[in-house]
Design a protein. Structure first.
Length: 191
């Protein structure tokens, strides 16, 4: 699989720090692992994982240029949360600059930080792979990895709760997409 993506890897190595490049490789591998466990297209999962952070190390100016060039309007929360910008600009970058026209890959990159209501299988896989990749090391990583082995839905519930609790604890605003994803999953759990 790796030879197929040599060109993308070369682009990533130029755009990302070595740590972020390694993270991208780890997320791509985890996305494939989760695809084998839960189903889906392993090639799409690998490519989405590989490219998900393509603009993570971009300057504020580059993000703003991408938003302007491709007519992207940020909402108030996004304007004030630069940490979310790379998912939005990254989706535009892979579509318009790299010429990737697969909407599943584009939306997986777009929503890998916030999640959203009505997520596709690939969107869920990438969101979880970003949480559980081999390079990740945060307080609840062991619990998160246990959840992802039990079920994708259990892992998604935990990841969304973790994200919301972390943002609330730090007095940060919640993106409406995250709230809607959480509510959708919570309502499924009540049925």
């Amino acid at each position: 699989m790796s030879e197929k993506y040599t060109e993308y890897k070369e682009i990533l190595q130029k755009r990302l720090t070595p740590k972020r490049y390694n993270h991208s490789l780890c997320v791509a591998d985890e996305a494939v692992r989760l695809t084998k466990k839960y189903g889906g297209d392993a090639d799409k999962a690998y490519l989405a994982g590989l490219l998900h952070d393509i603009t993570k190390n971009a300057s504020q100016e580059e993000h703003l240029h991408i938003f302007k060039e491709f007519g992207i309007m940020l909402n108030d929360i996004e304007k004030n949360a630069e940490k979310l910008w790379h998912a939005i600009s990254g989706a535009a970058y892979i579509e318009h600059v790299l010429g990737i026209d697969d909407k599943e890959i584009i939306t997986a990159v777009r929503y890998h930080t916030t999640a959203r209501e009505g997520m596709t299988q690939l969107e869920k896989l990438l969101y979880l792979a970003d949480f559980t990749s081999a390079d990740r090391d945060y307080d609840d990583i062991d619990i998160m990895r246990e959840k992802v082995e039990i079920s994708m839905e259990a892992a998604l519930d935990y990841a969304l709760s973790y994200t919301i609790n972390d943002l609330v604890a730090r007095n940060k605003p919640l993106h409406l997409d995250t709230v809607k994803a959480y509510n959708e999953n919570a309502l499924k759990g009540e049925n």
